[in-house]
Design a protein around this ligand. Sequence first.
Ligand SMILES: [Zn+2]
Length: 232
Amino acid sequence: MALPVLNTARYTTIVPSLNKEVSFRPYLVKEEKILMIAMESQDNKQIIRAVKDVIKACVLDEINVEKLAMFDIEALFLALRSKSVGEKIDVRLKCTACETLNDINIDLDEIELPDGSVDSIIKLTDDVGVTMRYPSINDVEDMNQEGGVEEMMKIIGLCIENIFDADNVYSANSYSKKELNEFIDGLNSSQFQKITQFFEELPAITHNVKFDCVNCGEKNDVELKGIASFFT
Ligand SMILES: [Zn+2]
């Protein structure tokens, strides 16, 4: 006879960039173990891989996790974390004045999700412009941690969806890497900046925490950003 099934709870949440509702089950001990090991490693690639695997296991609807934007992954992970472990998490934050660690309680359900509908059309001249897509978790995973201009060029090349002028729209898919690189190389400095700005302003899950330091009384205002900062 089969043993009883312990956990059958189902919840729903929204994938911001798709504006799509998906159902999921909370993660279980086997998945929490994967996450703990990854977080302990403090290796970004390992953390991303673990979070991705857990989302794939727990989201019950058909979605292509590899193609999701980073903030989708963060939103899904927070929803999972909230229903799996609890809405309240404790984080230890360093006082900016005396560096004492303060224990702070955060309610995950109070964290606002970013709006995925940021304008992705960038005008480069009066007539010519590009439309961009958000980098997917796969793009981010492949990126070199050190970053630098080469990485920036690579990610721009990956994320240009269309190039347009007054008469036509040119789908980036129909052009070779070399042709796209030549187009990027032909940008002037202010045009290049407009594009890098798109990446600097990507939607992300952030949460401001205000606390008075237990040691020195300093009024701190700290911004939490990225999955790792919400995980304890
Ligand atoms: Zn302090």
